[in-house]
Design a protein around this ligand. Structure first.
Ligand code: ZN
Length: 228
């Protein structure tokens, strides 16, 4: 009898949460059933939705388009064994900052959007009183091994992205190579961006990791986790 009561309480609780979620009593940010809203700062529920959407191209593109981002779906392409572009989009702008148009997995584009909007822009305002208008990069897709290793890079599936620098409105620029160890606000800004990226990507590698990353941040959604 006691077990039955517990089951009834659990079912009633689940039903109450479901009804609250469906009838918008719960704000979208906390609502596991609402579509991902990229304007909300990322949190546990957003993490869960991002995970669910990892291979859902239409949902991913819809989430970006709801923010007015132009995304173009790209055809599936296999270049060589292990080098595969699937569920990729081309994107050239996030909330405010532009990038040189680049093809990447949509799930990477989603997380870069969150990084730009909720990490990079607030940090730029705090450190420099200015917005970032361009993010410089070394691209996403590249059919190659990890530098110095005999294993394919996450770049071989466009599941990674290399950020090389930032240009503020007004033209001031910062590069990972020049400013990482220079001290002062640009150096602190870059280090804060890296930390923010670590909460959005599985793996983040910076100049602190090795010489191969002296001039960029590598971010990816591969199996390995780390914040270096
Ligand atoms: Zn990389």
């Amino acid at each position: 009898m006691r077990r039955l009561v517990i089951v009834v309480i659990i079912l009633a609780g689940a039903a109450a949460i479901y009804v609250a979620a469906r009838t918008a009593l719960i704000p979208d940010r906390y609502n596991p059933l609402a579509p991902l809203d990229l304007s909300e700062p990322p949190g546990a529920i957003a993490d869960w939705k991002l995970w669910l959407m990892a291979d859902d191209l239409p949902a991913c593109m819809a989430a970006l388009r709801r923010q007015g981002v132009e995304v173009k779906a790209m055809p599936r392409q296999i270049e060589a064994t292990g080098c595969l572009r699937e569920d990729t989009v081309t994107i050239s702008r996030f909330s405010a900052a532009a990038i040189g148009a680049e093809e990447m997995r949509c799930s990477v584009a989603l997380r870069l959007y969150l990084l730009e909007r909720h990490v990079v822009q607030p940090l730029a305002l705090r450190h420099f009183g200015s917005r970032v208008e361009r993010i410089d990069h070394f691209g996403s897709y590249s059919c190659r091994n990890i530098a110095g290793r005999n294993r394919l890079s996450e770049h071989a599936t466009a599941n990674a992205f290399d950020i090389s620098g930032f240009v503020l409105a007004g033209g001031r620029s910062m590069s990972v190579r020049r400013n990482w160890n220079q001290g002062g606000a640009p150096s602190q800004f870059l280090r804060d961006v890296r930390l923010g990226a670590c909460s959005l990507f599985n793996l983040v590698l910076s100049p602190d990791y090795n010489e191969a990353h002296a001039d960029h941040f590598h971010v990816d959604m591969g199996l390995f986790r780390g914040c270096n």
